[in-house]
Ligand binder design. Structure first.
Ligand code: DAK
Length: 279
């Protein structure tokens, strides 16, 4: 039986700042409030091994969501977003390790879903299995025209994991989800657009520019209002209508305790552009 390797790379402190050093992640923290996290395991088309999953967890857990207002997740290179969980690692696992591996991904992806800021997946190629599950943990997805989406797990003798069965069915409906999962077939970006798995498709060379454009529009809005709206949309999925409406009422009310609500409405009445502080 193979043990899951201990995390070989995490952030460290240099006395003042936390320094992130990862093997399989690259990150760019931009001045405009946008951070880009890139999964980078080029030899395996950015497949997710347990170290990548731990690094994603570490990255997301330590992201400064005051400074970063939108997170973009993408894959390194032109061919692949993430080609799934790492089959060369999974082949050696037995039940207990399979369960641990599953938890690693499920916990990391849930942290992405629950981040108090929007997360956009820029899907730049193969988006298979665990890759599709990573993309689905993001708030929404833009794809390049060469992207391919699929849940090929049953062809490997396993079920989709990392909450794939749950999120895919919620996102595109049970019929399409079951067809994708039972057949394991990959679908093209235009088909993913048609069934609502992605919001938009762009030429590969245009993709990141378009994602950043959308992220900048989000950054211009009130961060707390976005945070409360995200919480309502995420949580109301699992609620009965009365609870969902009450949560919305509460979060709407909370906005009136913010300076940004006064700033936004005053700017509108003065025919000015608002400037939001996030408080
Ligand atoms: N894992 C490991 N290595 C991979 C990989 C993967 N998922 N995908 C690609 N690679 C490696 C290839 O083995 C190859 O390595 P070398 O032979 O060069 O050493 C290299 O990347 C380039 O790949 P190809 O030579 O195959 O490139 P092609 O362009 O010909 O094909 C492809 C690209 C993406 C169509 C093909 O590589 C492919 O079919 N890859 C596997 C895709 C796949 O089946 N992905 C799903 C993996 S299963 C769960 C939790 C999680 C999951 C399941 C359950 N529980 C909690 C229950 C998740 C499961 C998965 O994601």
């Amino acid at each position: 039986m193979q043990e899951i390797a201990p995390l070989p790379s995490v952030g460290r402190n240099d006395g003042k700042n936390r320094i992130m050093e990862y093997i399989f992640l690259k990150s760019e923290v931009r001045e405009d409030g946008i951070t880009i996290m890139t999964v980078s395991a080029p030899k395996s088309l950015n497949a997710l091994n347990s170290t990548v999953l731990r690094e994603i967890d570490d990255f997301v857990s330590n992201l400064d969501t005051q400074k970063t207002r939108v997170l973009i997740i993408t894959g390194d290179g032109e061919k692949s977003f993430v080609a799934g969980a790492d089959i060369s690692e999974m082949v050696h696992l037995y039940e207990k390790e399979g369960y641990e591996f599953s938890k690693l991904g499920a916990i990391a992806f849930r942290k992405i879903e629950l981040l108090p800021i929007p997360v956009i997946a820029a899907v730049n190629g193969f988006c298979l299995g665990g890759g599709c599950e990573l993309a689905m943990a993001c708030d929404f997805r833009y794809a390049s025209s060469n992207a391919k989406f699929g849940q090929p797990e049953v062809g490997l003798g396993i079920t989709p994991g990392f909450s794939g069965t749950y999120r895919l069915a919620k996102l595109i409906g049970q019929g399409y989800a079951k067809e994708m999962i039972y057949t394991g077939k990959a679908i093209r970006a235009d088909e993913a657009l048609r069934i609502g798995l992605v919001n938009a498709v762009y030429a590969p060379e245009e993709l990141m520019e378009r994602v950043i454009e959308t992220a900048q529009k989000i950054v211009a809005n009130a961060p707390l209002a976005i945070r409360y709206a995200k919480e309502c949309i995420n949580e109301s999925y699992d609620m009965v209508a009365a609870d969902a409406i009450e949560l919305e009422n509460r979060n709407f009310g909370k906005c009136f305790a913010t300076e940004d609500q006064k700033a936004g409405m005053t700017a509108f009445l003065n025919k000015e552009k608002p400037s939001f502080k996030g408080c």
